[in-house]
Design a protein around this ligand. Structure first.
Ligand SMILES: *[C@@H]1O[C@H](CO)[C@@H](O)[C@H](O)[C@H]1NC(C)=O
Ligand SMILES: *[C@@H]1O[C@H](CO)[C@@H](O)[C@H](O)[C@H]1NC(C)=O
Length: 383
């Protein structure tokens, strides 16, 4: 696993800088600039000293771009003042896994910039049930280390906006992600098989999870994020595979959820798996009209397919909810629907106050074990 850091560096600039326009990129949003971006990357990556790829203001049309390492230095900055635009015809990148991908890089910072995935056409196709490509993730970091991203805006991705996969040490800050609330699978940031990822001071509104946390995520820190519309922060789905890495040490702190389907959720498939989720802290969350503010669902089984017996073996323990307050859009604001075969344990509620239509909301627990302290509303149903 490598380190990927998405940085916020100042734009002091490094001694070596490659301007994509000097290398032939056109800022007219019509001329394909893929080759110029690749040429700039190749030069920066081949530089033996720190290097910058500079993208001036303008709209640059790009097909799929693979920013590949290993590089000869570990200090590359992409300074983006302009907008990178995906092809209007969604078929061009719709069957690629991703549109822009960084792979095997170490020490890359992206400062500023807007990524426009132009996904609306594909969403319409998917919603009308036609045969459509599965869609490309807008920006993916894979097998990378020490990545810093600051002030990046991602709009209207075809599928996920940002994926962090098999990375170590990634910092994303001041990220703005936006897609319509009914766009399918447009998760904001998806993290999996990665360690030491930090997401700070960001605003995410999409049609799917704000942040989704997949198997193999450890030491994830989320702080000061505004979330909505969308499906909230979700650990899972876990337990899809029989042999699966767990999720450990996740903190989500000072998050505001507005009109989302869920607030903080952990979900696992109702079937056997070696997966687990533990040492999870949800702290200082504000819920504004959220359908399911607090939820653990261990019986996830879409379409009732391939969930024999419907009992999850994913172990969920040591999950703390601290200072969670606001309004629920449904009566049951706290729902712990855990596995009969493998009950949730060590669930802790501290200072929770959730109302539904100005009345205390309700809680529902099955197979959930734990304790509570401080003010608790709805009434604690943990055993
Ligand atoms: C948990 O993760 C945080 C970063 O999110 C890290 O600072 C801390 O050391 C980790 N704790 C353990 C016990 O690994
Ligand atoms: C799935 O199966 C359960 C239990 O057999 C049933 O109650 C539920 O309605 C089914 N759901 C769907 C979507 O078929």
């Amino acid at each position: 696993m490598n380190n990927l850091i998405l940085f916020i560096t100042s734009s002091l600039g490094s001694p070596v800088s490659y301007n994509v326009v000097s290398l032939g990129a056109k800022l007219d949003a019509k001329t394909d600039s893929t080759q110029a971006f690749l040429d700039a990357w190749t030069k920066a990556c081949g530089s033996t000293e720190a290097a910058t790829v500079y993208v001036p203001q303008g709209r640059f049309l790009l097909g799929k771009v693979e920013f590949k390492g290993q590089c000869k230095n570990n200090d590359i900055t992409l300074r983006i003042d302009g907008t990178l635009v995906a092809p209007a015809d969604y078929n061009v990148i719709g069957n690629a896994d991703n549109w822009l991908v960084f792979e095997h890089v170490n020490g890359v910072s992206i400062n500023g910039g807007t990524l426009d995935g132009q996904g609306a056409g594909l969403w319409t196709c998917i919603k009308t049930g036609e045969r459509c490509p599965s869609g490309a993730t807008t920006l993916e970091f894979t097998n990378s280390n020490n990545i810093m991203r600051n002030g990046l805006t991602s709009l209207n991705s075809q599928k996920f906006h940002i994926v962090i996969n098999e990375c170590n040490n990634v910092k994303a800050q001041g990220v703005k992600i936006s897609a319509s609330g009914d766009s399918p699978n447009t998760d904001g940031i998806h993290v999996q098989s990665s360690s030491s990822v930090t997401i700070l001071n960001s605003r995410i509104g999409t049609g799917d999870d704000c942040v989704s946390i997949g198997p193999g995520t450890t030491n994830l820190w989320i702080e000061n994020v505004a979330c909505g519309p969308g499906h909230g922060i979700s650990i899972g789905s876990l337990g899809k595979e029989q042999e699966e890495a767990g999720v450990q040490n996740v903190t989500a702190k000072t998050v505001t959820f507005s009109g989302t389907q869920n607030g903080v959720r952990i979900k696992s498939w109702g079937r056997p798996s070696s997966g687990f989720a533990r040492n999870i802290l949800f702290q200082h969350a504000t819920m504004n009209n959220v359908q399911n503010p607090i939820v653990i669902d261990q019986n996830y089984c879409p379409d009732n397919k391939s969930c024999p017996g419907r009992a999850s073996r994913v172990k969920i323990n040591d999950v703390t909810y601290q200072d969670i307050h606001g309004t629920s859009a449904t009566k049951v604001a706290v729902k712990f629907d855990c596995s009969l075969e493998n009950p949730c344990s060590g669930i802790s509620l501290e200072d929770v106050k959730l109302t539904y239509k100005n009345e205390p909301a309700e809680a529902s627990c099955s197979h959930a074990d734990g304790s509570s302290s401080g003010f608790i509303q709805p009434n604690n149903c943990l055993v």
